[in-house]
Design a protein around this ligand. Structure first.
Ligand code: NAI
Length: 330
């Protein structure tokens, strides 16, 4: 199988190269630094599979070009698949395989790192001390211990986050139509409104679907405590950024920490240090001292990269051999 790997970065070679070299000669990968979109889809001519990440455009038009080029398989090297038009892929006879749960702890640990950084103003302290400012003004934080954590989506990552919060001595509330049996004794399930009203830390861990676009909007953000910490490591479109900015302007929230944000595709994973940000909402968010923005890096650990490469290549192999496809997205 010939695989075209879109959006390749140096770190992608770390685990994909040795694994691909170990495998049989039936599977070869060509790494392409450009990302998949309407302009680059035609590069897949002659390839049976393409390998893409969260920031690729895999909508209907792109899938049509891929299918026309002979592509039979989209290998997502990530868990989320909201960037793929799954029904269009099905109609075009293109299979979509993903990597669910490659390292839930990688994402959950980062979510807690963001919560702590925001809560204890570590992002500000770092800069202050570098400027020889050792004063504590502006750095007064709050204990997480004894507070309440609200986990929206208690699947693999949400469960890992719930356990971490439990370990911190927090009461843990969960909101999910599916009750995770592994969290019995750790999580108390409530509705979204109760969770938002009662939590000192709200962490989003549900996938983006048609139903939960802007689940945190002007009204629902209004249910949160003025001092609450909001962490999003899930998908940017779960939060209405304009409404969030509106709340921030009104001095709301202890901290807001976003690893993902709306329209991040325009810039995420790119070095734009010498450029002007087209997404000026990010610049606006960063104007608030209680906001931290990172660049979709919650997954980014050695453990996760290794697991992503292993499962992606297993997915490819199983597809090629007509084996079971438990990671198929339909
Ligand atoms: P999962 O499928 O194991 O769990 C998701 C849970 O969310 C399920 O239990 C589901 O019932 C629940 N859910 C769905 N809609 C909901 C709603 N409206 N309200 C409350 N709960 C809802 O998924 P997993 O592996 O835990 O990943 C969650 C999300 O994390 C992914 O879909 C992806 O968007 C994001 N992610 C972010 C990464 C990053 O680097 N920032 C890396 C990996 C995943």
């Amino acid at each position: 199988m010939k695989i075209l790997f879109y959006g390749a970065r140096d770190y992608d070679h770390l685990y994909f190269d040795p694994l691909a070299a170990e495998g049989d000669d039936d599977c070869s990968i060509d790494f392409q630094p450009t990302n998949l979109d309407g302009h680059t889809a035609a590069l897949a001519q002659g390839y049976e599979a393409v390998c893409i990440f969260v920031n690729a455009d895999c909508g209907r038009t792109v899938l049509e070009v891929l299918a026309e080029a002979g592509v039979k398989l989209v290998l997502l090297r990530c868990a989320g698949y909201n960037n793929v038009d799954v029904s269009a892929a099905k109609k075009l006879g293109v299979a979509v395989l993903r990597v669910p749960g490659y390292s839930p702890e990688a994402v959950a640990e980062f979510a807690m790192a963001l919560a702590l950084a925001g809560c204890r103003h570590i992002h500000k302290a770092y800069i202050k001390v570098r400027n020889n400012n050792f004063a504590l003004d502006g750095l007064l934080g709050r204990n997480l211990h004894g507070g309440t954590a609200g986990i929206v989506g208690t699947g693999k990552i949400g469960a890992a986050m719930a356990r971490i919060c439990h370990g911190f001595g927090m009461e843990v509330l969960g909101c999910d139509s599916w009750r995770n049996p592994a969290l019995e004794g750790i999580v108390t399930y409530v509705g979204l409104e109760a969770l938002l009203r009662r939590s000192d830390l709200v962490s989003l861990h549900c996938p983006l679907t048609e139903d939960n676009y802007h689940m945190l909007n002007g009204e629902t953000l209004g249910w949160m405590k003025d001092t609450a910490i909001l962490v999003n490591t899930s998908r940017g479109q779960l939060i209405d950024t304009d409404a969030l900015l509106d709340h921030l302007r009104r001095h709301r929230f202890g901290a807001v920490a976003l690893d993902v944000y709306e329209n991040e595709e325009e810039q995420v994973f790119e070095d734009l240090s010498d450029d002007i940000l087209a997404n000026d909402k990010v610049a606006l968010l960063l104007a608030y001292p209680n906001v931290i923005v990172t660049s979709h890096q919650a997954f980014f650990t050695h453990t996760a990269l290794r697991a992503i490469a292993e499962t992606t290549l297993e997915n490819a192999k199983s597809f090629q051999q007509g084996g079971p496809l438990p990671n198929r997205v339909e």
